[in-house]
Unconditional design. Structure first.
Length: 185
């Protein structure tokens, strides 16, 4: 039985959204195709009507998650204060505690090196975020905005990853606060 194109496209988007969230929460190896399909309310069978493999889903869901992340950053480029708020929200307890809703960089950076199919999408996302930060963050000195953006984003991603990894809440908060204050006006 063939489904209308609109319904098929909707299912495809649901799979991408669920996969992007689950991969950020559990990692690429921590979630199965069956779990992703169950999260969308679909059975495992139709998966291969949408994707050639789990690796193809990983790559496409990374691009899907990237688009979602870029929307938030695009909104923040409106004003210098919005950019500062973006950074504060990034290195926050809320972001730390919700990897499935957060940035794919902090959630998946350590895993991408082992996933050749995902590296192009991840690289595209990283370069795009760095470019937007370089162009729109209110840098104190404008002499090296790209370099500063790389340093800032590396600190932000590292802070969230480390804050998620430690078993000491006070230390986790200290990590987030230190990086947040480093980029405050």
């Amino acid at each position: 039985m063939r489904y209308p194109a609109e319904e098929t496209a909707d299912k495809h988007q649901r799979i991408l959204t669920a996969a992007a969230r689950l991969f950020r929460e559990k990692g690429f190896d921590g979630v199965s195709v069956g779990q992703i399909m169950k999260a969308t309310g679909l059975t495992h069978g139709p998966f291969y009507n949408h994707f050639a493999s789990k690796e193809a889903l990983m790559a496409e869901s990374t691009l899907h998650g990237s688009a979602h992340s870029r929307e938030g950053l695009d909104a923040a480029t409106a004003t210098p204060e919005a950019m500062r708020e973006y950074v504060r929200n990034y290195v926050s307890t809320a972001h730390r505690d919700a990897p499935g809703q957060g940035c794919l960089l902090a959630a998946l950076a350590g895993e991408v090196r082992n996933q050749p199919s995902v590296r192009p999408a991840f690289t595209f996302h990283l370069k795009t975020i760095i470019g937007k930060l370089a162009a729109h963050f209110p840098w104190k000195k404008k002499s090296r905005p790209r370099q500063e953006a790389i340093v800032m984003l590396s600190a932000m991603v590292g802070a969230v990853a480390l804050a998620r990894a430690v078993d000491d809440e006070a230390f986790s908060q200290e990590i987030l606060a230190a990086v947040s204050s480093a980029f405050a006006p």
